[in-house]
Design a protein around this ligand. Structure first.
Ligand SMILES: *Cc1c(COP(=O)(O)O)cnc(C)c1O
Length: 344
């Protein structure tokens, strides 16, 4: 019997390495990366740093690890991180800001996961007031996951950067899906690189690698980050096998992200026509978040879709998330549209 094909929209992390990627992993030259001797890891790090015009990069096991390392390097115990209240660094990293760095957070609310320059300015504590935690980092997320893949206007990023420079504050980018933002803004990567003191990028999301994220910054920053990675237990040995997948991903999977965005737009169009869908956050990249009308139950919709082989994520009360990625084809998107039409 033929196995029923599952169309998995739960996340862009569910992809499996392609044949070409597997071959690249198989062929990888490796060494002990804790000694700095893995040529494939070194190549990946140099490649990523150069892409963004940054001095150096560090290969890590996950985007949580790169974010947490960055926060740990930038912030001292008792210091404060400014970020959006829905940001991954705060909401989805297990309280790591407090647990790993003994730091405080200033949580801001803003349109679809984004914060404004004025909000940042208003949230920086006066360092001469001993009552207040010392503001030590601003962190933004682009694209925003909880914001349904919303993309920052690059002018806004530049204004936030200007404020940070004036206030002598480092600016971190959680760029787990920044390549999806680039696909739409078409602004050169290096112009983004110039705006941030540190950037985290994920190879295991839309780029389709099985494991791995990179932290980018100055030589001095990456030297400190390498120490923190070791302390966090993230020093890896023959990591070239997974780094090879990352190199393959950067070489082969960047130019196809527009396909995922197109697929998300097709789903959006279909969903807009359904009366059990109350509202959709307008699609900007590869994420679609919708809220359901009160006439249907979220978990019932999710399980009915599952019966038809379509997997989606619950994303809050009466909310569902679809994420498109390289393991979903155009015909599977069309199939999903047909299923959606008949589900209620
Ligand atoms: C996925 C993701 C990360 C990193 O997640 P890991 O699973 O730890 O790799 C970081 N930030 C955002 C916005 C993400 O979506």
């Amino acid at each position: 019997m033929m196995k029923k094909r599952i169309i998995d929209f739960r996340s862009d992390t569910v992809t499996k390495p392609s044949e070409g990627m597997r071959q690249a992993m198989f062929d990888a030259q490796v060494g002990d990366d804790v000694y700095g001797e893995d040529p494939t890891v070194n190549l990946l790090q140099q490649k990523a740093a150069a892409m963004f015009g940054m001095e150096a990069a560090l290969f890590c096991s996950s985007g949580t690890q790169t974010n947490q390392i960055a926060i740990n390097v930038h912030v001292n115990p008792g210091g404060e991180v400014i970020c959006h209240q829905e940001s991954h660094v705060y909401k989805y990293e297990g309280g790591g800001i407090a647990r790993n760095s003994l730091a405080s957070v200033r949580l801001l609310n803003g349109n679809r996961g984004r914060i404004s320059p004025q909000q940042v300015l208003d949230s920086i504590n006066n360092p001469d007031d001993i009552h207040l935690p010392l503001t030590q980092l601003v962190s933004i997320e682009d694209t925003s996951n909880r914001g349904g893949g919303a993309i920052y206007d690059f002018e806004v990023i530049k204004q936030i950067r200007k404020i940070c420079l004036e206030k002598k504050l480092p600016l971190h980018l959680d760029g787990a899906r920044v390549f999806n933002a680039f696909e739409e803004t078409k602004i050169p990567f290096q112009e983004y690189g110039a705006q941030f003191d540190s950037i985290s990028i994920c190879l295991s999301k839309g780029l389709g690698a099985p494991v791995g994220s990179l932290l980018l910054g100055t030589n001095d920053f990456i030297r400190k980050a390498t120490r923190v990675r070791k302390v966090f237990g993230g020093g890896m040995r023959q990591a070239g096998f997974i780094a090879a997948a990352g190199i393959y991903a950067l070489d082969n999977n960047l130019n196809r992200l527009s396909i995922d965005h197109k697929h998300a737009k097709i789903l959006e169009e279909q969903l807009q026509a359904l009366d059990w869908v109350a509202e959709i956050m307008s699609v900007e990249s590869n994420i679609l978040i919708l809220s359901l009308s009160d006439s249907v139950a979220r978990d019932e919709i999710i399980s009915k879709l599952k019966e038809q082989g379509v997997l989606v994520s619950a994303f809050g009360p009466q909310m569902i998330r679809f994420v498109t990625h390289l393991d979903i084809t155009e015909s599977e998107v069309a199939q999903t549209c047909d299923i959606l039409k008949k589900i209620v």
